[in-house]
Design a protein around this ligand. Structure first.
Ligand SMILES: *Cc1c(COP(=O)(O)O)cnc(C)c1O
Length: 359
């Protein structure tokens, strides 16, 4: 077996020890005689697995009892609708920041259920910047302010938290667990699992309890955070295997030393990669330096006619999924928690070699 280096933006690399443990436990989990996938979600085993995963996540992010942790389905994209449905009953006013493709999708969906005010947009810089906070056109008393702390496609990340007089709602799909975050600053945090948490099919929602119970009458039960909270995420059959794998990932993160350790590890990887890109005339990254993502690193070649060759040769070298998003072009290396330093080193060696041969 040869495992390759996977720079996919999502579903993304998972820690190898987690996959190995899942393999070992696949047919017979802890001498239960069953696979996790075959167990009732009401069984003592699954309830304990879900509780253990939640407890581990609470330790990692220091989540207080003021917050409910929900394991739901539908991806982050369902939360684009769930946010206004839960918090903006009566077509209430809501504020959104537009910093890229995922913001745009969240805004488009929210417009179906709420009165959306876009407080700032980075469209004029082709989403390579974050609009300065003092330029934001905030509403007087919006139901919430929504933003995307890490734009997975553009590679733009907030290293500051907006300070507003409304609950902050954050789509943290591609940044959660990459570094510590002060959960108390947020009303709602949500994330699809397939970047830094676990397999696709699981979605995480962390919601301050005082925001529960405000859903609009038309909110489907499956999107109502209070229904999920009141039923310990078991109103219907939850993605049990995804919760199990997420629990293994959380345990792995705790073993690594938690999120402060992950931050220094992730910063070291990102600095290496950005350093190599900036140190060359052959590669370029368009994002303003102070907003460069630690997780998603887009880069272009000086001659885009070489893109196809770069992708073909990198794949041959065992470096997978470096193609940039179709809306941006070029390349993108996603270097989530489970992408090791040796993967980044292999990418850098390939990039240097490619530049020497084609530059
Ligand atoms: C991947 C991603 C999404 C979409 O997630 P799904 O789970 O596929 O719906 C939304 N927002 C961000 C920031 C993402 O990275």
């Amino acid at each position: 077996m040869t495992r390759k280096y996977n720079f996919c933006a999502g579903p993304a690399a998972l820690p190898e020890p987690v996959l190995a443990q899942a393999r070992d436990e696949m047919l017979d989990w802890h001498a239960s005689g069953l696979s996790i996938m075959e167990m009732s979600h009401r069984s003592a085993e699954i309830v304990a697995i879900a509780e253990g995963a939640e407890a581990s996540l609470r330790r990692l992010l220091s989540i207080s009892d003021d917050y409910a942790v929900l394991f739901v389905q539908g991806g982050a994209s369902s939360q684009f609708a769930a946010a206004p449905l839960n918090l903006a009953a009566g077509n209430a006013r809501v504020d959104y920041v537009n910093t890229g493709q995922w913001s745009k999708k969240a805004i488009a969906e929210a417009k179906r259920f709420a009165d959306v005010n876009v407080v700032a947009t980075a469209e004029d810089t082709n989403f390579s910047t974050i609009p300065a906070f003092d330029s934001w056109q905030l509403s007087d008393s919006p139901a919430y302010l929504h933003y995307t702390p890490n734009e997975t496609i553009g590679g733009v990340e907030f290293f500051w938290t907006p300070e507003v007089n409304a609950p902050l709602v954050a789509d943290m799909s591609s940044t959660i667990l990459s570094r510590p975050v002060d959960v108390d600053r947020f009303g709602v945090i949500y994330a699809g699992a397939q970047k830094n948490i676990g397999p696709a099919g699981l979605t995480l929602v962390i919601v301050r309890r005082d925001l529960l119970g405000k859903a609009s009458d038309g909110c489907p039960a499956m999107m109502d955070w209070k229904v999920a909270a009141d039923n310990d995420s078991m109103y219907n059959t939850p993605p049990t295997y995804g919760i199990y794998l997420a629990g293994l990932v959380f345990a792995w993160l705790e073993e690594q030393g938690g999120l402060a350790a992950m931050e220094s590890f992730n910063r070291a990887k990102a600095e290496k990669l950005y350093g190599a890109i900036d140190g060359s005339d052959f590669y370029a990254n368009p994002v303003e330096v102070q907003s460069r993502s630690l997780m998603n690193v887009p880069f272009t070649l000086a001659d885009s006619a070489l893109d196809k060759t770069f992708l073909a040769e990198s794949e041959e070298a065992g470096l997978l999924n470096l193609k940039g998003h179709r809306s941006v072009g070029g390349m993108r290396a996603s270097i989530y928690n489970a992408v090791g330093e040796e993967a980044v080193d292999a990418l850098l060696a390939f990039m240097q070699d490619f530049e020497q041969r084609h530059g």
